[in-house]
Write a protein that binds this ligand. Structure first.
Ligand SMILES: NC(=O)c1ccc[n+]([C@@H]2O[C@H](COP(=O)([O-])OP(=O)(O)OC[C@H]3O[C@@H](n4cnc5c(N)ncnc54)[C@H](O)[C@@H]3O)[C@@H](O)[C@H]2O)c1
Length: 432
């Protein structure tokens, strides 16, 4: 099938490469000229495991191409996906400027009937705005669909190629037939393609992220409770996770959720709730408690050191989670700023997010290539991302390099007893 994907970010690039790999002819379009030029040279601008080989192979075999000409991508395609960003507006609602810009361009280049699919995460009711924006520029009939994306950064290729489920909001049999044909190769093992009406598909995406964000926020509150009463959140997690009704996933406490989706989607759903008179007050609390949680690691360091002024602090992990270079709304942004504001000097390390970090912190922090270099002369270490390579800790080396012995582990990677045995003043999240 001929597919256009407009917006070549985490979602658009993964889906474009994934659809091409199944044998479709895919044009990916983006207004970011330098991104498109790099992609044409097979340089993948984001870190996402398994993505580069897909881009290289499909581009070489002629199924995947990149353009800055959005209109041309639309004209070449029978199915057009809108996969541009939907950042939060000032009031937390999703900013639809990019989505509606693309919709207007699609209308202007509607050279034959097409299926127009919203892949971006958009508030309920957006499809009708897309319909109006496309329809304002064309008399050619088109079919609308909503296809929210559930991939996880860090496992995006795997999630896209083998999804747990595919959610499709449609209002016509033509859209249903075209999208069923496009997606059937991805669910050969029997996972469902769930057709529903468009508003339900739009709500499903926000409901999924809200549910996951709430689980994390709740675990962080339980962790705070555990710290105050001498209980251990790891044991509590095991205790509740083995209940089939609850399940094991998304029960790890930490420095608060971040990334490009949970924070903005929770805020956007709250905004929709306010707008339609169905206030999402549980989620409003999730959001504020998560903001509070992001300050916890820096507060713990300050408490352990007495004061941050003049102290040297090493930070391991800047990406909002492991296996990505994405720092959007990462806890590291809050923690590093709090450390700097308190008067500490900061040295940072991340296996993949160093370029991103430079954009945020500039010359205000030191950057090290090897994680132990950050410990030279440090009074404290704070661990913010659960990178696999951080999970084994060289106690002797760390003790030799550090001036102090404070370790705040916001991902509960290390054993408290072992850390203390080696002379560290160790604190983590929700463990005695
Ligand atoms: N990142 C994720 O893990 C994830 C997962 C599921 C859903 N989503 C949703 O998917 C959407 C895209 O997210 P992302 O993380 O890929 O965003 P992103 O910021 O990585 O990429 C968006 C891309 O759209 C391009 N763009 C903006 N305006 C454009 C226009 N008018 N024409 C063409 N291109 C344009 C930008 O240049 C950018 O490259 C968002 O709504 C997001 O909420 C993201």
């Amino acid at each position: 099938m001929n597919v256009g994907v407009i917006g070549t970010g985490y979602v658009g690039l993964v889906m474009g490469a994934g659809l091409a790999d199944m044998g479709n002819t895919v044009v990916c379009a983006d207004v970011d000229r330098s991104k498109i030029e790099r992609l044409r040279r097979n340089e993948v601008p984001i870190y996402e495991p398994g993505l580069e080989p897909l881009v290289v192979r499909n581009q070489a075999e002629g199924r995947l191409s990149f353009t800055t000409d959005v209109g041309e991508a639309v004209e070449q395609s029978d199915i057009v996906f809108i996969a541009v960003g939907t950042p939060p507006d000032e009031d937390g609602s999703a900013d639809l400027t990019h989505v509606l810009d693309v919709a207007a361009t699609i209308g202007k280049h509607m050279n034959r009937p097409k299926v127009v699919v919203t892949k971006s995460t958009v508030p309920v009711g957006t499809a009708e705005k897309v319909r109006a924006a496309v329809g304002a520029h064309t008399k050619v009939p088109f079919h609308l669909a909503s296809n929210p994306e559930f991939l996880k950064e860090g496992a995006a290729v795997q999630d896209f190629m083998k999804p747990d489920r595919i959610v499709l909001g449609v209002h016509s049999s033509e859209a249903e037939a075209a999208l069923r044909e496009l997606y059937e190769p991805f669910v050969r093992s029997g996972n469902p393609i769930l057709f529903m009406d468009i508003p339900s598909a739009e709500v499903t995406k926000y409901a999924a992220n809200a549910m996951l964000a709430a689980r994390i926020a709740l675990m962080n509150q339980f962790a705070d409770l555990c710290e105050r009463v001498g209980a251990n959140i790891d044991d509590v997690r095991r205790g509740i996770g083995s209940d089939a009704r609850i399940g094991k996933a998304f029960l790890f406490p930490g420095p608060g959720y971040g990334g490009s989706c949970f924070p903005k989607d929770v805020k956007a759903l709250c905004a929709t709730g306010r707008e339609v008179g169905a206030r999402q007050d549980i989620l409003e609390t999730v959001e504020t408690s998560n903001q509070k949680q992001k300050r916890v690691p820096a507060d713990k360091v300050a408490r352990a050191l007495g004061s941050l002024a003049g102290r040297a602090v090493a930070v391991w992990g800047l990406a909002f989670k492991a296996q990505t270079d994405d720092m959007r709304d990462a806890a590291a942004l809050v923690v590093v700023e709090a450390l700097l504001a308190g008067g500490a000097t900061v040295a940072v390390h991340d296996p993949k997010a160093m370029d991103e970090a430079r954009r945020h912190f500039g010359s205000r922090v030191g950057y090290v290539e090897h994680r132990y270099d950050a410990l030279k002369g440090a009074d404290a270490l704070v661990v913010l991302t659960e990178w696999q390579e951080y999970r084994v800790f060289d106690y002797e080396l760390a003790r030799r390099l550090m001036r102090g012995a404070v370790v705040v582990d916001a991902r509960n990677l290390y054993e408290p007893a072992r850390m203390r045995q080696h002379g560290f003043t160790y604190d983590s999240i929700g463990r005695p």
